[in-house]
Design a protein around this ligand. Structure first.
Ligand code: BV8
Length: 233
């Protein structure tokens, strides 16, 4: 049994990279193909809804050809076998944690496979395109948008995340550049409460200096190794 009893994990695009899902800031990544302002802001959506709906349709479709990798599978094993408290927070909008076997995933930036109706505010599970302005399953209005958190919008379940960061004794950040807030500030919140902090990332992130330990390499290698360590105790 590991020394840790309450673990918070934050994942970013890097944990899905080995599954073939584009990250945002790596070479050729999503933000090189599109301007953030055009595809990940409410203003961009108002200006050109077809561009934005097409951007998210393409990412939703790409999920069909992606499979969870050993990092996702290892976190699902941790959820099953770790006897303490575990909160898995992801910035990712893909469903690879769930398809890898994780049952409790907090998507702080929403999900590609969820549709938000701008008229009745219902969230519906969604697999199809939105380009043809399909009717909301509840109120029938043709006003669905991707249920993702754009820049300038409030991430989901921040109260629950903050309480977990205040109570945890270990915070682990996996596959994120530490470029976007409030997620990038979680390590500081965890440190402030005396938690140990561990970064598992291909290269040092923008917040590496906040971590008590950083390990650099591919998530598919580092995460299973770390989960083995935690479960071996
Ligand atoms: C908010 C969902 C307030 C949509 C995303 C100035 C200073 C500080 C903050 C701000 C500021 N100006 C504006 C802000 C706030 C802004 C922000 O932080 N801007 C940044 C650019 C400075 N934040 C916001 O707007 C947030 N909201 O603040 O609300 C508010 C208050 C009151 C009321 C209302 C509102 C909302 C931000 C959410 C935006 N949505 N995604 C979508 O997916 O399209 S952001 C998106 O990029 C991700 O979700 C993630 O959060 C973020 C960073 O991406 P990463 O996951 O880190 O991916 P990245 O490519 O960057 O890095 C990948 C990493 O993996 C790399 O380090 C790489 O080395 C590594 N890697 C690659 N391969 C591997 C690997 N690691 C391991 N193994 C591998 N194989």
């Amino acid at each position: 049994m590991t020394e840790f009893e309450r673990i918070v994990i934050l994942t970013g695009a890097g944990i899905s990279a080995e599954s073939g899902i584009d990250t945002f800031r790596s070479a050729g990544g999503l933000w090189e193909q599109h301007r953030v302002e055009d595809v990940a802001t409410p203003e961009g959506f108002a200006r050109n809804p077809d561009l934005v709906l097409g951007f998210y349709d393409a990412r939703r479709e790409a999920l069909a050809n992606a499979a969870p990798n050993p990092a996702h599978l290892a976190l699902a094993r941790l959820e099953r076998e770790f006897s303490g408290d575990l909160l898995l927070v992801t910035q990712n909008v893909d469903d690879l944690h769930e398809r890898g076997g994780s049952a409790r995933v907090l998507h702080m930036h929403g999900e590609l496979k969820s549709a938000l109706c701008q008229s009745c505010e219902t969230r519906s599970r969604w697999e199809r395109t939105m380009l043809d302005r399909p009717p909301c399953p509840v109120c029938r209005a043709p006003t669905l948008r991707p249920d993702v958190v754009w820049f300038g919008e409030m991430p989901y379940q921040m109260g629950r995340i903050t309480r977990a960061l205040e109570a945890c004794d270990l915070f682990v950040s996996i596959g994120t550049s530490g470029a976007v807030y409030p997620a990038a500030g979680f390590v500081q919140e965890a440190r402030a409460n005396g938690a140990a902090t561990l970064e598992l990332n291909l290269e040092p992130s923008e917040g590496s200096h906040f971590f008590s330990e950083s390990r650099h390499g591919a998530a598919g290698q580092l995460v299973p190794e770390w989960v083995d360590e935690v479960l071996r105790g």
